[in-house]
Each structure stands twice: as structure tokens, then as C-alpha cells.
Design a protein around this ligand. Structure first.
Ligand code: ATP
Ligand code: MG
Length: 500
């Protein structure tokens, strides 16, 4: 399976980088991760930090979490830690829990199965079960019930396509390394002597900011097509470049992503766009033509309206989201999907007769159309689905505040996100800046003064008080309506404005 490895094969010895020759100090490792590593070591096991945390420290970044790899079996790990639970059937892992902090401890595995962090969600397991058929599920359940299945034996389940669905074959560190995705993610920090073990030239690739798949790239993408999205994510997040041999197969294999369980694609999408590098992720996904698989309608809209208002809105919204992540503010998949689907929602609205464009029922219908299209690939949780609808349905109500009812809108759980969307639209001329500013001021005003504010609502707000009917008072809207929405209508896609 590893015939095409560019560097030393599974039996090859690692390059061992001594403590004096790498930047990882114990002070850059969390106390909890150190506790886990030392406890394993004291019990006589091998214990390493592995994956993103080692890579990030090498890059001078602060890791977002710490993953441990060991030769202790999951049961053995459980016995060592009272605060430990075993999770995952596809990939059995130990979670050592310290309040909110979870240290993931994975036993070395001897195959190319997708790795530990894919602690499968319940939906995903259900999907895997659906795909593998009942007889095999019975086997899987048997293995689950039988802790004896946790020997260094064989417990592998493979989809006809070559995709690995479950894999609990344990091995040594020299086996474990070959199933990891990128060389940069395959460095091991040894707690026994603080050295870094490098089987695949990962240290060099990190220094060169190069992303390289371990093994034969096409095979690795076929095994787990999500690796194509992971490549895009790491390029965006780390500002690395995918080296040519790892890039090339994407051109012919990207369609395989369409077969990945939608729950997993949703999770990956959230990681791409909600972890602080969304603008870069969009750029890389489009460059590798992966967005057209993940969200075909979004790509289609953007392509039909290059540099249009909707693209500007998306990029600006993602930049705001990145900024929020950078400053530790919460971000939500609902707002993200509202941004991503703005174009398709605008397109769906433009399919309707212009006199309906500002009706909230029409807006909701358009949201449903766009959300259902997106659901072909991503499993969108219900709360997100209805959340997106609410964000859009609230737009006309925010644009036409009506007396004291405006105050009730402030109490809406979705108000804040809907206001953010209004503000974003206003920043691009897709909604009235005056109304947006009025809402901003209203929120900063004390309760009593708020009543005065709505009683004396500003002219544009009051003038628009008629509600549902088309609003010709604001320039951007008039512009949109004149241009009509035909065929995605260029920047009038801002018609997406009509999404409000
Ligand atoms: P991040 O900083 O985003 O968490 P990460 O590298 O830690 O990045 P995880 O998804 O947390 O990524 O995975 C942890 C490690 O598990 C990776 O570094 C990699 O070694 C391995 N891994 C995760 N997913 C896969 C996969 N699909 N195929 C192969 N190896 C994987
Ligand atoms: Mg990680």
C-alpha cells in the first residue's frame, strides 16, 4: 500500500530531531497534555504529541488542542485515567477530560484510515451504517460489544469504493505515521526525551511551508476524499502551498467529495470558514475548484457575477467572521450559511415576479430553495436551516421598523445576527445605511429613550412603514429593481438585496 512513498518506507527509521534542534519546549504544551503524556510514560507506555499541535508549535503558533498518540490500547488508557471515556466506533479513541479541555489519546494504528480527529458524529455513524448494509452493521455491533475485539487484531470495514469506514487495527508508531494525511501533520514529539520523530520529511516541509500528502496522492484522496478539503484548509490556515504532486489529482478526483457523508462535509465546511481563515478558504477552494462540488449553486452564482456585490458581501462577511474569531467572539454556522447562500437566495428571489420580491413569504420560499440545494451536499442541522430563514425573513422587518414593534424585534433571538446582516448589506448599498445606523443607535440607547426613538422614527424608516410593498425610497433598491434580476443580473445580484 505504501509502494509509492517518496521517503523511507514503513520499516524505515525516523529522523530523530534532538531537543536542541527544534523549538518545542514543554512550556508550549498545555499542563493537561503534559499530565497525560507523563502518566502514560510512567505506566511504561510510549507517549507522543502528534499532528496539528506539533506542527503549530514548530510554526510558532499556539495550538488549538493537543493530540496524543501511544502504544497503550484504549482500554489501557481508560484504566490509567479516571476522567477518561472511550468514544467512536469507526475510530476508537480515548478522551481524557479536564473540564472543558479534552485531550484526545489515540492508539497507534496500522493503516491509512482517516485519522483520530474524526471522532464520528452520530449522524455520520448512522450514514456509515446505512452504506455498509445490515449484515456488516451486525458485525460492527458485535465488535463494539466485545472488548476482546480490542486486541491488535483486525477490525476493518471498507466501502466498495475503497473508502475506509472503520479501522481499529493497532500497530506501532512506525505504522501510525503512514496513515496520517500530510507530512506537516505527521511529526511526533516524544515525552521520553523531548525529541521530535520525523519519518516523512515533515520538518523540512514545514520550514518550506509546503503541504505534501504522505504516500501516493491519488490513493490517499480516494481513501478519504475529505483530504482534498483538508488540503485547502491547511493551505488557507497555514499559508502553505500544496506541492504539485499533491495538487494534481484533485483535478480528476474532486467529484469523489460528493460521495462523502453530508454530516462530515458540513463539519469540514464549518472548519474551513469558522476558524479564522474564511476569506483565504474561499479563495483556495475556488482556486482548486472544490467549491463547485461542496456548494455548486454558490460557485455558479459567483462565476456568473464575477466581482459582483454578492461576492463582495460574502468576502466582507467572511472577513468580519475571521475578525470575530481573532478577537475571541462567537461565530455561528447560521450566519455563515446566510453569507454563503446569499447569491443562490437572491437568484431564487429573482425567479419570482418583482412585486413579490419584498414579501417575507417569498423570501422564505427562496431561502428554502437555496437551502435544499445546499443540502444535496451538506447536512444542514434544522436549527441552522430555520435560522438562515429567520435571518432573511427579518430583513424587510428591520428595513421598515414600525413603531413599537421595532422594540419587540430587539427581543428576537435572531435579532443580532439579522442586524449584522443588515449592516453588511448596508455597507454595500444593498440596504439603507440610515436605517442600519438607526438600529445601531437604538441598541446603544437606554430602555426609556428607546421608546422615544421609535416614536420619532427617522424619515426613511417611517416612510418605509408601509411594509411588504416594494420600497422605492432607497437608491440601491431602485437600482436593483431597474436592472431586474434576469440571469443573475450582474452586480444587481445585489438583488440579493431583495433577499432583504
Ligand atoms: P487543526 O489545527 O485544524 O486541528 P490538525 O492537524 O490537528 O489541525 P485534526 O483534524 O485535528 O487536524 O487531526 C489531527 C491529526 O490527525 C492530523 O494532524 C493528522 O495527522 C491526522 N488526520 C486527521 N484527519 C485525517 C485524515 N482525514 N486522513 C489522515 N490523517 C488525518
Ligand atoms: Mg487538531
Amino acid at each position: 500500500m505504501n509502494d509509492n512513498l517518496p521517503v523511507s518506507g514503513p520499516s524505515g527509521a525516523p529522523r530523530i530531531i534532538a531537543r536542541s534542534d527544534h523549538p518545542i519546549s514543554r512550556s508550549s504544551v498545555s499542563q493537561n497534555a503534559l499530565r497525560v503524556l507523563y502518566r502514560l510514560k510512567e505506566a511504561g507506555f510510549e507517549a507522543f504529541l502528534v499532528g496539528g499541535c506539533v506542527r503549530d508549535i514548530m510554526l510558532g503558533h499556539e495550538p488549538k488542542d493537543f493530540d496524543v498518540a501511544t502504544n497503550a490500547l484504549p482500554e489501557e488508557v481508560r484504566r490509567l485515567f479516571r476522567n477518561c471515556r472511550l468514544v467512536g466506533r469507526r475510530f476508537r479513541l480515548a478522551h481524557v477530560v479536564f473540564g472543558h479541555d479534552v485531550i484526545e489519546v489515540a492508539t497507534f494504528r496500522a493503516s491509512n484510515a482517516p485519522a483520530q480527529s474524526e471522532d464520528p458524529t452520530r449522524e455520520e455513524e448512522a450514514e456509515a451504517d446505512a452504506e455498509i448494509g445490515e449484515a456488516e452493521v451486525a458485525d460492527a455491533v458485535e465488535a463494539e460489544d466485545e472488548p476482546a475485539g480490542e486486541s491488535r487484531g483486525t477490525d476493518r470495514l471498507m466501502h466498495a469504493s475503497g473508502r475506509i469506514l472503520r479501522d481499529n487495527i493497532y500497530g506501532s508508531i512506525g505504522d501510525d505515521v503512514w496513515r496520517r494525511d500530510f507530512t506537516a501533520n505527521a511529526l511526533y514529539y516524544n515525552i521520553a526525551d523531548f525529541s521530535v520523530w520525523d519519518y516523512v520529511g515533515g520538518a523540512e516541509d514545514i520550514a518550506a511551508r509546503r503541504l505534501r500528502l504522505i504516500g501516493d496522492p491519488a490513493t490517499r484522496y480516494r481513501e478519504d476524499p475529505v483530504r482534498m478539503l483538508r488540503a485547502a484548509r491547511f493551505e488557507a490556515k497555514l499559508d502553505f502551498e500544496l506541492e504539485p504532486a499533491s495538487l494534481a489529482p484533485i483535478a480528476t478526483l474532486r467529484h469523489l467529495l460528493a460521495e462523502v457523508p453530508p454530516a462530515r462535509l458540513f463539519d469540514e465546511t464549518a472548519k474551513l470558514f469558522l476558524t479564522g481563515h474564511g476569506v483565504a478558504s474561499l479563495r483556495v477552494l475556488r482556486r482548486h475548484r472544490l467549491l463547485e462540488i461542496l456548494l455548486p449553486e454558490v460557485e455558479r452564482y459567483l462565476r456568473a457575477n464575477p466581482d459582483g456585490l454578492v461576492e463582495q458581501l460574502l468576502v466582507r462577511g467572511l472577513a468580519n467572521t475571521d475578525e470575530r474569531v481573532a478577537t475571541g467572539k462567537p461565530v455561528t454556522p447560521t450566519y455563515l450559511l446566510a453569507l454563503l447562500l446569499y447569491g443562490p437566495i437572491a437568484a431564487a428571489i429573482e425567479q419570482l415576479p418583482p412585486q413579490r420580491w419584498h414579501e417575507s413569504t417569498a423570501i422564505s420560499e427562496a431561502c428554502d430553495v437555496a437551502l435544499r440545494q445546499a443540502q444535496q451536499r451538506l447536512s444542514i442541522p434544522k436549527r441552522v436551516f430555520f435560522g438562515v430563514r429567520d435571518l432573511f425573513a427579518l430583513q424587510p422587518r428591520l428595513e421598515h421598523p414600525r413603531g413599537r414593534r421595532a422594540l419587540r424585534l430587539l427581543e428576537q433571538p435572531r435579532f443580532r445576527a439579522a442586524f449584522d446582516l443588515l449592516q453588511l448589506r448596508a455597507s454595500l448599498g444593498l440596504a439603507s445605511a440610515e436605517v442600519s445606523d438607526w438600529w445601531a443607535k437604538l441598541q446603544e440607547t437606554g430602555i426609556e429613550q428607546r421608546e422615544q426613538m421609535v416614536d420619532a422614527a427617522p424619515a426613511p424608516a417611517a416612510a418605509a412603514g408601509e411594509g411588504e410593498g416594494p420600497d422605492t425610497t432607497s437608491r440601491p433598491r431602485r437600482r436593483r429593481r431597474r436592472r431586474g434580476g434576469r440571469g443573475g443580473g450582474g452586480s444587481s445580484g445585489g438583488g440579493g438585496g431583495s433577499a432583504g
